[in-house]
Design a protein around this ligand. Sequence first.
Ligand SMILES: *Cc1c(COP(=O)(O)O)cnc(C)c1O
Length: 366
Amino acid sequence: MANTADTIAFREIAHPAPTSDADRAVVLANPGFGTAFTDHMVSVDWTEGKGWHDATIGPRGPIMLDPAAAVLHYAQEIFEGLKAYRHPDGTTALFRPEANARRFNASADRLAMPNLPEELFLGAIEALLAKDGGWIPEGAGASLYLRPFMFANEAFLGVRPAKQYKFLLIASPAGNYFKSGAPAVSIWVSSDYTRAAPGGTGAAKCGGNYAASLVPQAAAIERGFDQVVFLDAVERKWIEELGGMNLFFVFDDGRVITPPLSGTILPGITRDSLLELLREEGLDVAEERYSIADWEADAKSGKLVECFACGTAAVVTPVGRVAGRDLDFTIGTGGPGQLTGKVKDKLTGIQRGEIADSHGWVKRFD
Ligand SMILES: *Cc1c(COP(=O)(O)O)cnc(C)c1O
């Protein structure tokens, strides 16, 4: 992606007071997740009849919004999440950013929003990294988390797709996603709430899905669990995914399954990459429905030996304990399983430039 930024002109707005090297070093030594931000952001506007215009890169800061901006009323908003890594040779690398660009447009289609050209999506990332590349933390599990997003900023209270949008890209240095750094997470099965219904927005990466997941997620935390898992909205028996991560199940005969993309599950890029890596391990891998009753029975009989959640933020996270109304069980030893560790190391090794990338997944630039 060497030349993408050259072909799109991002007007530069000078930063009046960028963070000093010393202050930045303090942040990067302990970045946390989602609380610290880099100095710059990219902004591009879209107006009906005019298309994308006014691409800028400048200081990150508050934005002006009319109180009638459509996003504040009807939630026309989508986002993406991907990470930039500092490779051992000093280059900056992204993992499958074109897949994020494509998914961003799939989400835009579902939310009746304009598509963002893939070159603009990738060019924005490259422009931001050119400015804020010094914010990529180094060390195990560390990366610069990139958050591209788009929302309707037209001032209009009628209900129809807006005629004006803003695309922004911000970045946040990130350490490990789970604060505890726990070897395995515990999961609460929600019986009162669902995440997505057939025909709904479950396959789109939109803020509205997350808003709807906050109450069940908070209920899981209140019970002492790390995450909530959602069942399908129709039969309330098929396992779908966590609030922001896909799930895999590993059996004692070497078979691995993950729920199929039915339209109610977010098509994770980590999920897709792991399907490929697991197949390369010679395993029998399938996208197949799996019921909560089987999950419990198989964990108790020992047929299910490992389970893990995956996504860009937390990468690969073993699931140790699962509980819900009338059920409570442990998977395997309750700690990280062997295959989980193996595919996690493989994936993160490729992302971090420590293992050769035979898939063309890694995009590097200086
Ligand atoms: C982003 C997301 C995922 C994970 O997708 P990745 O591309 O692997 O980061 C899974 N589920 C939901 C609901 C998500 O929003």
